[in-house]
Design a protein around this ligand. Structure first.
Ligand SMILES: *Cc1c(COP(=O)(O)O)cnc(C)c1O
Length: 228
């Protein structure tokens, strides 16, 4: 079941990329495994899936403990600064950095661990007061501040657009994130300004996100089924 779902998603990613003349290789699949138990994750690992997305620290710690180097974990949930130490130890990438307070806490712990961390800055592209993420107009300032921190590599931007009645209605939000990223890359605010990561698109709208430039799609339900 999981293997079939994974294969199907990989095929859809590839087809959509080719349809708009993008290379499928530039789109990474993050299998979102929050609330999914380890045996199911293991099944996906067996199919060659390496990157998984988690939203809760405690769950991520347990899964990393069980699966170790067989998985690379992306933090997709809101991260509090007081959890920065453990986050600095277990994640391959943190996609939800949205404050200088969090970034500074991470940098401090990374320094004592002697490692660097790849991050994405989460942007509240719909200006939704109930959502986390930095507001679009504040993103440049945050990237400027993070730039001065050693050990943190800002590879790009991530967003969770407002819930819309149809996937097509998410398109303007994806477009807006892409434009923002291009603008900020011209100001040389990313680690590699010629190759910016854009994490956008989930089970229902990832094909639209790919059309608008996504380099990472985060897919849970379409791989693992409805979460318990
Ligand atoms: C849960 C989650 C996903 C996956 O959503 P699905 O609709 O199950 O594909 C993607 N991104 C984030 C940030 C999430 O929290």
């Amino acid at each position: 079941m999981i293997s079939q779902n994974l294969q199907e998603i990989q095929d859809r990613i590839k087809q959509r990329a080719l349809l708009i003349k993008r290379s499928p290789d530039e789109i990474q699949l993050i299998a979102v495994s929050k609330k999914i138990s380890t045996p199911f994750i293991e099944e996906a690992v067996q199919c060659g899936q390496f990157y998984f997305g988690e939203n809760y620290i405690q769950e991520a710690v347990e899964k990393k403990g069980k699966l170790g180097e067989r998985i690379g974990l992306h933090m997709l949930g809101h991260l509090q600064s007081n959890k920065a130490k453990i986050a600095a130890q277990i994640f391959y990438m943190i996609q939800t950095v949205d404050s200088i307070k969090l970034a500074s806490a991470l940098a401090r712990h990374l320094d004592s661990l002697g490692r660097t961390m790849k991050i994405l800055v989460q942007v509240n592209i719909g200006n939704d007061p109930n959502k986390s993420g930095v507001m679009p107009e504040k993103t440049e300032e945050l990237l400027q501040q993070i730039k001065s921190l050693d050990k943190i590599e800002t590879l790009g931007l991530m967003t969770i657009p407002p819930v819309t009645p149809s996937p097509e209605e998410a398109r303007p939000h994806f477009k807006a994130l892409c434009h923002l990223a291009i603008d900020l890359s011209r100001k040389e605010l990313f680690h590699d300004n010629r190759r910016i990561e854009l994490s956008m698109g989930m089970s229902d709208d990832f094909e639209i996100a790919i059309e608008e430039g996504a380099t990472m799609v985060r897919i849970g339900t379409a791989i693992f089924g409805q979460r318990p």
